[in-house]
Design a protein around this ligand. Structure first.
Ligand SMILES: [Fe+2]
Ligand SMILES: [Fe+2]
Length: 214
């Protein structure tokens, strides 16, 4: 699909929103953020959503708009409970200005509102909402998960890092993420999730051996 103008606009918008906050919490002397976690997350949600759309189908406009709008009220690490609803309200009031097809706006708002819904709570007819839910959660698994875990740490300068600490964090992260695997809506998502978790396990086990000196 050619990238429509509205997609270009909502991408630029998120780059700006996330970039400003990223500069505050990960400043560098060059005035650029060391890491823009939220932007990396959303870029990956797009990759995973496009892959999932190829596998299970869905409305590309609705899913891609939802990808780029779902976390606009959660620009970095804070977890305001209402970020999904705030984004849905923003969509109803503002998305039309980007040239996005009018008749699909309410559907985008719904998909975005549902992205933080409880696992397995979306009915089958909410197909596009299921696609976003799965893509959003897939990005939290695998090497991406450990990369994020380590790369965000300069935002917590009181936290002392060491290889041992990374192993401890990686173990907690793996235990948390493992539970997600069976909760995806689509079997292809579960398969990809299992692959990613297996890679995490491999990383953790090897690093444990390495720092044990065996
Ligand atoms: Fe979110
Ligand atoms: Fe997200």
């Amino acid at each position: 699909m050619d990238n429509p103008e509205w997609l270009f606009r909502i991408r630029k918008d998120l780059e700006k929103i996330t970039g400003q906050v990223a500069c505050e919490i990960w400043p560098t002397p060059k005035g650029k953020p060391y890491f823009n976690y939220r932007l990396e997350h959303v870029r990956q949600v797009e990759r995973d959503a496009r892959w999932l759309l190829q596998q299970v189908g869905g409305d590309e406009d609705i899913v891609l708009a939802s990808v780029w709008l779902h976390d606009r009220f959660q620009p970095q690490l804070a977890k305001p409970d209402r970020h999904a609803l705030l984004a849905a309200n923003w969509i109803r009031e503002n998305l039309a200005e980007t040239g996005f097809p009018q008749e699909k706006i309410n559907l985008v708002a719904y998909v975005v509102a549902m992205h933080s819904s409880e696992p397995q709570s979306l009915p089958e007819e909410d197909h596009d909402a299921r696609v976003l839910w799965d893509a959003d959660k897939l990005t939290k698994l695998g090497p991406l998960s450990y990369t994020n875990m380590i790369a965000v740490m300069p935002a917590f300068p009181e936290h002392v890092m060491s290889y041992g600490e990374i192993v401890r964090m990686a173990k907690d992260e793996l235990d948390r993420r493992k539970e997600l695997v069976e909760l995806f809506y689509f079997p292809v998502s579960r398969k990809r999730a299992a692959q990613r978790v297996a890679a995490q396990e491999c990383f953790l086990n090897q690093m444990r051996r390495d720092i044990a000196g065996v």
